[in-house]
Design a binder for this molecule. Structure first.
Ligand code: ADP
Ligand code: MG
Length: 697
């Protein structure tokens, strides 16, 4: 076993490596830049680049890349080698400060939502020194932001960094009011729990739907699913254990704090949870984790499926985004304190989140929207698409008593007065976690549980940071002008609870009754992606993001367009894949099997004229009806795909895909799945759900 403490972060140019390798003044100057978020002086950058290059070469790197996160949702990189000719037929290894700090990117084919006309194809990438450079394979990866020459964000990192600045600014105003002189900055922290499936690679490669769409478009349920709950936290199969071991090792080398791993609810489903870190680093690390999962699975002859719903009827995959706010002095602002003073501050920060989630339910819903996640949300396996919050019984009672000036503790007759009383120690609630809530308080952090497994966590955290920044801004505006701080604080908390308690819900979020109740409370219910994407351009949302300098109106419109386009394209690929599979494999397979049965009937009857052919004739008749029905739906699907050409509005097109194409696809699938259960195994062209879900040994 390798020495883990030694290999941890061995492939990261992190603080301790910088300290060791950089001249003192350079190190200090760089630290200052990182802390203040200022531009790096080119002379300093040059020294850093040189040290970085030497370190990278010693660790086997020959190339460098600006590693960035375009709107495609996956990371992008273009590799350049360090070599530079010296004019005498030889080379030296070179890496300049300019190359470190800024990269030119001919990135015309990355989605920009019209922000960058293709003739003006160049955007640029800029080093984010708050996220460390690392080595992957033979390449030094430099985490960068990706912008157009006009300065518009074309990626998922730039707005995330801006949103962290926004919440820092407003939280600092509030913290000053509580007299925290020692605190100079706050950062949000995130721990993203990642779910995924592992299946055998050779079976995966036999299924065009998995190859092209990452999810199955056909497949009847196997006799055994997840009903026995025997996979959840069960023993890990040796092949999977081998994968996890290598994954952990590689993640640790890259400084990713991979901590726990276990089997999940569905067969073949697993989860990895890291120890939390600063939000932008957690976001980079989650991208790295997803990338390594896919690469390492292949080495072990498996495929890692990150899609939110690879198998119909089986639990899909999500991501739990554990989120909190921490000061530079290491205090978690969502941790209830021990003194009345600390408690008051905690309650105010708690209220800032409650208000943010209520005021911007639409943006939170939007931040987790994708064609893949639409299959999970509200399908009794993941939170509903209605955003609500769960605080736990005890904290809910405390808030209610504050709101009504009533006894919190009936026996002791305590009326909770903010800033006067110590909150009772409400134990970290581990038993009564409401797993059906999309947004739950878990003792000292919030867990946003509606995220899809495949998407970057950047979007939801941009929304969380910015909307909480807005609550804090309003609170600071009010409290800074108050004559009597304690009184104003108490009144503000009371009022916030009163105005926003409609977002608090402790019941069963999977229950149909909740949909009705949520409606009567006036909560938003936006079931599918095309329903919520327009929120990007709602006036109140544009105002919010502009006010906190996170997005410009143009950037928001661009993102809206990119997501619409992405949604329609995803379903278009699925529909085309479905047609291909149906026409070339499934319909002919069914016909062949019917042909075979007919031959049996003829053979039987020629052997014995009056023989009964009940099985054969019954199956032929049922299969024939199903195959005809399926063929009819296939033709209609083709026609409906053709008809989309008439729709030139992107929003209408996305709605068309949702309402018309997806419903037709469901019909095609229904017939095919019924055919599958009646067809002799050897005639069926694909590995079945049983093969896929129970195939890994
Ligand atoms: P669980 O019982 O759900 O496993 P844990 O306390 O182990 O809960 O945490 C789950 C995730 O939350 C982990 O990734 C953990 O690192 C993260 N987490 C814990 N504290 C914080 C925090 N203050 N900010 C952000 N994430 C956190
Ligand atoms: Mg969790």
């Amino acid at each position: 076993m390798e020495n883990i403490t030694k290999i941890f972060a061995s492939k990261v140019f992190n603080d301790s490596t910088m300290k060791k390798r950089l001249p003192k003044e350079t190190y200090r100057a760089l630290q200052k830049t990182i802390k203040d978020g200022k531009h790096l002086d080119l002379n300093i950058a040059h020294v850093v680049a040189n040290a970085m290059k030497d370190w990278a070469i010693e660790n086997g790197a020959t190339h460098f890349t600006h590693w960035f996160q375009p709107m495609t949702g996956i990371t992008a990189e273009k590799h350049d080698s360090f070599i530079s000719p010296t004019g005498d037929g030889k080379i030296i290894m070179e890496f300049s400060g300019k190359e470190l700090v800024k990269g030119e990117s001919d990135a015309s084919s990355f989605p920009s939502g019209g922000l960058r006309a293709t003739f003006e194809a160049r955007g640029y990438t800029a080093w984010d020194p708050t996220s460390y450079a690392f080595i992957k394979g033979n390449t030094l990866c430099i985490p960068t932001a990706f912008c157009s020459y006009g300065g518009e964000a074309l990626d998922k990192k730039t707005p995330l960094l801006r949103s962290m600045e926004a919440i820092n600014k407003q939280a600092m105003r509030v913290l000053k009011l509580f007299g925290n002189e020692d605190i100079t900055s706050v950062k949000t922290t995130v721990g993203a729990e990642q779910e995924y499936f592992l299946i055998e690679r050779d079976m995966h490669d036999k299924r065009p739907d998995l190859m092209f769409c990452g999810r199955t478009l056909f497949g009847a349920m196997p006799p055994k699913g997840q009903e026995m709950d025997d996979h959840y936290f069960g023993t890990i199969k040796s092949k999977v254990a081998g994968f996890m071991k290598e994954l952990n090792l590689e993640l640790w080398k890259l400084g990713v704090l991979s901590k726990t791993e276990h089997n999940e609810a569905a067969p073949a489903q697993h989860e990895l949870a890291p120890i939390f870190s600063t939000t932008n680093i957690a976001t980079d690390h989650n991208q790295i984790t997803m990338e390594l999962m896919q690469r390492i699975a292949k080495k072990h002859d498996m495929v890692c499926l990150l899609h939110e719903k690879p198998f119909a009827g089986v639990n899909g995959s999500g991501k739990h985004n554990n989120w909190s706010i921490t000061t530079n002095t290491g205090k978690n602002l969502l941790d209830p304190g021990k003194t009345p003073h600390e408690n008051a501050q905690f309650l105010l920060f708690l209220c800032s989140v409650i208000k943010a989630v209520d005021d911007y339910q639409d943006m939170l819903r939007l931040s987790v929207a994708s064609a893949g996640n639409d299959h999970r949300l509200g399908a009794n396996e993941a939170p509903p698409s209605i955003i609500s919050m769960f605080l736990g019984e005890e904290l809910t009672e405390i808030l209610e008593s504050i709101e009504r000036d009533e006894d919190y503790d009936a026996k002791e007759k305590t009326i909770m007065k903010v800033g006067v009383h110590v909150l009772p120690r409400f134990a970290k609630d581990t038993t009564d976690r409401n797993r059906t809530s999309p947004f739950a308080f878990t003792g000292n952090k919030f867990e946003f549980r509606a995220l899809g497994s495949a998407a970057s966590i950047s979007g939801p955290n941009i929304v969380l940071n910015t909307t909480v920044a807005e609550s804090l801004k309003q609170f600071a505006d009010e409290l800074e002008n108050a004559d009597d701080f304690d009184n104003a604080l108490h009144e503000l908390i009371k009022r916030t609870i009163k105005e926003h308690k409609k977002i608090l819900f402790s019941g069963n979020g999977y229950d149909d009754a909740w949909v009705k109740e949520a409606e009567s409370r006036g909560l938003l219910n936006l079931p599918a992606t095309p329903d919520c994407l327009p929120c990007y351009v709602w006036d109140k949302n544009v105002k919010l993001f502009e006010a906190h300098k996170v997005f410009t109106a143009t950037e928001m419109r661009a993102r809206y367009e990119i997501l619409l386009d992405n949604y329609s394209k995803t379903i278009n690929i699925e529909a085309l894949t479905m047609l291909d599979m149906a026409k070339k494999d499934i319909l002919p397979a069914c016909a062949s099997f019917m042909g075979h049965l007919s031959d049996v009937v003829i053979a039987k009857k020629s052997a014995c004229k009056d023989i009964q052919c009940t099985y054969e004739e019954n199956v032929i008749s049922k299969l024939s009806a199903l195959n005809n029905q399926m063929f009819e739906d296939v033709l209609l699907l083709e026609k409906e795909l053709e008809a989309k050409k008439e729709i030139d509005d992107a929003q209408k097109l996305a709605e068309y895909y949702k309402d018309v194409i997806l419903s037709r696809m469901a019909k095609v699938r229904k017939s095919a799945d019924e055919i599958e259960v009646m067809t002799e195994r050897t005639y069926w062209p694909y590995p079945s759900y049983a093969d896929l879900l129970f195939g890994v040994r």
